[in-house]
Design a protein around this ligand. Structure first.
Ligand SMILES: O=C(O)CCC(=O)C(=O)O
Length: 270
């Protein structure tokens, strides 16, 4: 897809607005960097959900790479794709059970409200034809001192060798819910540059993501998430998270997949 002339940075929406599917189209086409929904969740809902998941932090798992670490509750598919995906589906089932048992239904709440705001006919967790469900969300914990190196997420590229149905999606977007903002840092850096196969020379060996040279000179949108923000971005464009200071930066995330050129039906996974 060719680059468009327009690149709006951050657009904000209130609960009273239902911006409809046009927002998804703009993100897909790369005409807009971020769509931020303010006030989609009440402070009471957020507090309840935060306390429920905080009580489970002992279960969080840290995956270490040469240039970073990811601490999460719940699985992320990209970690399993280079090897075998069977453990991903097992972890997805365990996470679903855990979230149900502790009443952590933030993903469900956000999905219901976004479905209305975006005018989607269906918006449900993805499932393989053999019945295996994908995880519907992941909790990411960035503690003091943690940053997330420059990367892009592209299941159409990464899942292609696996034969998984997600590889046949047409477009991928990402949704992030800020459960708790950090004190300093933690900004999302979103560059106006989509991944291209030639960029692979910049890939960090055995590590996370890409050398910063891959985005040199590209326009940048910087966004500092605040508690309660629900935001959408196109993650096939390069992005990183600045080093977090003070309180943990706690988010819930899921990817949104569009199976065709229409933006009326979407699936989600983490
Ligand atoms: O937490 C964020 O701001 C962005 C997370 C991320 O890497 C993504 O949504 O692809």
């Amino acid at each position: 897809m060719t680059q468009t002339a327009v690149w709006e940075k951050t657009q904000y929406y209130t609960p009273a607005e239902a911006p409809g599917p046009e927002v998804l189209k703009r993100l897909v086409r790369g005409e807009q960097s971020l769509a931020v929904f303010k006030g989609l969740l009440t402070p009471e809902e957020l507090n309840t959900q935060r306390e429920r998941i905080r009580a489970e932090f002992a279960r969080a798992h840290t995956t270490r790479y040469v240039n970073g670490a990811l601490t999460t509750i719940g699985p992320y598919l990209a970690k399993y794709l280079p090897n075998t995906v069977a453990p991903y589906f097992e972890e997805a089932a365990q996470t679903r059970e855990l979230f149900e048992r502790i009443g952590f239904d933030l993903g469900v709440l956000v999905r219901e409200r976004l479905q209305k705001a975006l005018g989607l006919r269906s918006f449900a967790p993805a499932r393989e034809p053999d019945g295996r469900w994908y995880a519907d969300s992941i909790v990411r914990i960035h503690a003091n001192g943690v940053r997330n190196p420059l990367h892009n997420d592209n299941v159409m590229r990464d899942a292609a060798p696996s034969g998984l149905s997600l590889a046949r999606l047409t477009h991928q977007l990402s949704c992030v819910v800020c459960i708790q903002e950090c004190d300093t840092g933690g900004e999302l850096y979103h560059y106006r540059k989509r991944w291209h196969p030639d960029d692979e020379v910049f890939k960090i060996k055995e590590g996370l993501g890409y050398d910063e040279k891959v985005v040199s000179g590209q326009p940048l949108n910087i966004f500092k998430p605040q508690t309660g923000d629900v935001y959408l971005l196109n993650p096939t464009y390069y992005h990183s998270i600045e080093r977090v200071g003070g309180a943990d930066r706690i988010t819930l995330g899921f990817f949104i997949g569009l199976p065709g050129d229409s933006v009326e039906e979407a699936v989600i996974w983490s």
